[in-house]
Design a protein around this ligand. Structure first.
Ligand SMILES: Cc1cn([C@H]2C[C@H](O)[C@@H](COP(=O)(O)OP(=O)(O)OP(=O)(O)O)O2)c(=O)[nH]c1=O
Length: 207
């Protein structure tokens, strides 16, 4: 392949795109994939995030094989899972799901895992899993009602988005903040740079 290799972001999440943009990386194309994201019976949170990121990357790779323009591109996919202990919280689509998540997260520690999977033009798979520990303040029923009214929880793992109002629920966060939003930037840039994707010097060893 001649010239700069292309990058495809296999994600429909606007947060993932804006995080990459924030780091000065502009994907050449967005190719969200539609896979079943249900955890398997007894699946642990780390294993689930790893499996789903890989499945998203795999599905995108298969789709791009039919695409003359984008075949042979780098492909980046990710999956974010919120967990309390071994329990995986749902990606909340319904008010009841989101309220239950928030009651569970209230006043406690939880973990957010994002697995990032990079497919190289030679179809090698490179994967990283990043963990962030988060503690929420105790939430009153009124806090939960008001937050539900904001709608910010829709489609978010664990029923909240730290980049919005729920940022004010956080009393402690240990690890990568961008990991919670959906794409750990430092590690994603390191993955890309490690595979010779052109990243501006200086960013690779950042943070
Ligand atoms: C915990 C948390 C999650 N999220 C989002 C990130 C992800 O978009 C979503 C978790 O679902 P994912 O299944 O990881 O991603 P997605 O379905 O939104 O997008 P795609 O599979 O196409 O890449 O939750 C936030 O935006 N803020 C947060 O604080």
């Amino acid at each position: 392949m001649s010239g700069r290799p292309k990058l495809v972001l296999a994600s429909g999440s606007p947060r993932r795109l804006s995080l990459l943009n924030q780091a000065g990386i502009e994907p050449d194309a967005l190719r969200p994939v539609d896979i079943d994201e249900t955890p398997t019976k007894g699946e642990l949170p780390r294993a689930c995030a790893n499996r789903l990121a890989r499945a998203k990357a795999d599905a995108a790779l298969r789709a791009l094989q039919l695409d003359d323009e984008l075949r042979g591109s780098f492909i980046l996919a990710a999956d974010t899972v919120v967990a309390v202990g071994r329990r995986i919280l749902p990606k909340a689509d319904l008010v009841d799901e989101a309220s239950q998540c928030l009651r569970l997260l209230s006043g406690r520690n939880h973990r957010v895992y994002t697995a990032v999977c990079l497919v190289t033009p030679k179809e090698n798979f490179r994967q990283r899993l990043v963990e962030t520990r988060v503690r929420f303040k105790r939430l009153t029923e009124e806090d939960i009602r008001a937050y539900i009214g904001s709608g910010e929880w829709r489609g978010k793992a664990g029923g909240y988005a730290v980049q919005g109002i729920a940022g004010s629920f956080v009393v402690k966060l240990v690890g990568s903040y961008t990991n919670v939003v959906g794409l750990p930037l430092n590690e994603s840039i390191a993955l890309l740079g490690g595979e010779e994707f052109p990243i501006r010097a200086g960013w690779l060893n950042a943070g």
